[in-house]
Design a protein around this ligand. Structure first.
Ligand SMILES: [Zn+2]
Length: 568
């Protein structure tokens, strides 16, 4: 009797220990071709997840041994699995807003000015008098529309006589109608807007309707209810669908309080948000004390984190507003005076902005498109280094996408040791190379998109979709991988010597993206201790024909060990 009791007690102890272990080990993913992207480039078969983080990686045999009865076992179906994809530069709030509430005049579905005006007139008929109408056109629409120009102010007046209209040609230039100019208080002779936007005048000093970098001057922020819906549902669903598990969300300060409130709710999102708060021209609206941008006390930084601040040094070369040393080729009615683009933030203001980020110990992001703007960004960072910094990452956004000199590449390589990181948008190969040749001529255009040289210089470029809602398809990271590997462009194969390998293109969206956000220890590879974020792919990207890379899809998106998206 005694003996049986003792045995029973022992069995109880064993059972208790087993339950404890199994309760800790939540899920085992097995039967995958798991690309860990660890330093040794290990491929594994299975992953054990505990408390949302990776406990162990190995063969299915090794990992299955760890599982107890309540451990969930997830069969990966023999598919290729990569670290959860990270969008290191995107504008998710704007993407939702433009997708849902703006008139769609995006090329090629809208091939001409004529069609754009029909779309706008149709929209105006359904819109109450006086309500703003915003219109989305892809970047460089003046190069793409059949008429080789943008709609003008008079045409917008005729299409929507009773509403203020702003037609966005990409995100750095727009055309306003007369009602919009009136609402914005733009009269004869006015060249600057309160938040840094510029006004293009005709020879009599009358505004032509063209505005550059007026993002902060135009009232586009959605309602609180819309923002709540975007942040709690729309953004997560859209990015998860494309395999993303984290975003660096460039966020307007006006929308931040909504996200801060959501961050306090108990249920975690399905995507990890790192925010960067953007400011108007010259960093004018950026306070020296950034503490109000912090997430509320008690927020789990695994899900919501204030990461950095962002400023625009210039416009963008695709709409001929990137700030260059030499003038653009030819002349458009919409060109800013001087023909060398728009300087949005001057050297002094750039220095001040970089110093604010240095003092606060947060990531500094400087948007630099033209060659002159790139030097302004690098100069500002040089100053930070000379004053003993930085304490966080310093980033150039869109580094060398339009043009890059050898001297700038060498300079960036040297500054890398001092935490200079670069962000790139490989998908633009498919959108903008043709316009680059038209706007800058062959010599300058050929210096863009030098991904091979950037990697060889040790710059570890971080990919970002830069999705704002202008090019909706650019959210697809596999288009970017396809373009970076094949060098396919909208002008045919472009500079094939700058091609990268599939592994390198994948690193742009994973390890290198994580590092550029200061999160390399938590994200970007499938290794013990990191978040259990993974993306299951439809195809084996390492063995498939390269031209098919553009058709790859995310089958499953896994965040913190939970499957948050599954393709139908
Ligand atoms: Zn951007």
């Amino acid at each position: 009797m005694k003996k049986w009791a003792a045995l029973g007690a022992m069995a109880l102890i064993v059972l208790a220990a087993g339950q404890l272990w199994a309760a800790e080990l939540e899920v085992v993913f097995f039967n995958g071709k798991i690309v860990t992207l660890d330093a040794a480039g290990t491929f594994a078969g299975a992953v054990a997840v505990k408390a949302g983080k990776i406990l162990q990686v190995g063969s299915a045999e090794e990992i299955k041994k760890l599982a107890g009865p309540p451990t969930r076992m997830v069969d990966l179906g023999g598919k290729t699995v990569v670290p959860g994809l990270i969008d290191a530069h995107c504008h998710p709030m704007e993407a939702m807003m433009m997708k849902e509430t703006w008139v769609d005049c995006r090329y090629p579905q809208t091939p001409s000015v004529k069609q754009a005006l029909i779309n706008i007139a149709d929209w105006a008929k359904k819109t109450p008098k006086g309500k703003w109408i915003f219109v989305a056109c892809v970047s460089a629409s003046e190069n793409k529309f059949a008429e080789k120009r943008l709609p003008n102010k008079a045409e917008l007046d005729a299409a929507a006589p009773d509403n203020p209209v702003l037609l966005a040609n990409g995100t750095h230039m727009g055309v306003a109608n007369s009602a919009a100019l009136k609402v914005l208080g733009i009269k004869k002779g006015v060249t600057k807007l309160p938040h840094g936007g510029s006004v293009i005048l005709d020879k009599n000093g009358e505004p032509t309707g063209v505005l550059t970098d007026a993002q902060a001057d135009v009232p586009t922020t959605p309602t609180v209810a819309e923002l709540e819906r975007y942040y709690t549902k729309g953004i997560q669903e859209l990015w998860n669908q494309h395999g993303f598990t984290s975003v660096l969300a460039i966020t307007p300060a006006a929308a931040l309080p909504v996200l801060q409130k959501i961050a306090q709710s108990q249920s975690p999102p399905t995507i990890r948000y790192t925010t960067s708060i953007w400011t108007s021209a010259n960093g004018k609206d950026m306070p020296a004390d950034l503490s109000k941008f912090n997430m509320p006390r008690g927020t789990d930084p695994a899900w919501y984190r204030f990461g950095g601040i962002k400023v625009w040094i210039d416009g963008e070369n695709d709409c001929r507003t990137g700030y260059m040393y030499q003038p653009y080729v030819g002349k458009f009615d919409t060109d800013p005076p001087g023909g060398k683009g728009t300087l949005v933030t001057d050297q002094r203001a750039a220095n001040r902005f970089a110093a604010i980020a240095y003092q606060a110990g947060v990531i500094c992001m400087m948007h630099c498109s033209g060659d002159h703007a790139t030097d302004i960004g690098l100069n500002a960072y040089d100053k930070v280094i000379k004053s003993g910094g930085p304490r966080a990452i310093m980033r150039i956004e869109h580094f060398g996408m339009f043009q890059l000199t050898n001297a700038q590449l060498a300079r960036a390589k040297k500054m890398r040791k001092k935490s200079l990181y670069i962000s790139i948008q490989p998908t633009w190969l498919l959108d903008l190379v043709k316009a680059d040749f038209e706007n800058m001529g062959e010599m300058r255009a050929r210096t863009g998109f030098q991904f091979r040289s950037m990697i060889d210089a040790g710059l570890e470029p971080a990919a970002g979709s830069d999705v704002t809602g202008i090019y909706l398809d650019n959210i697809n990271p596999f288009l970017a991988i396809y373009a970076a590997v094949t060098r396919e462009s909208d002008r045919g194969i472009f500079e094939p010597g700058q091609a990268v390998s599939v592994t390198e293109a994948l690193k742009m969206w994973t390890v290198w993206a994580a590092k550029s956000m200061g999160e390399g220890n938590l994200k970007g590879s499938i290794e013990p201790g990191k978040f259990a974020d993974m993306t299951v792919l439809s195809d084996d990207i390492f063995t498939m024909p390269k031209e098919n890379l553009k058709n790859v899809k995310a089958l499953k998106t896994i965040v913190g060990g939970k499957v948050v998206y599954e393709a139908k």
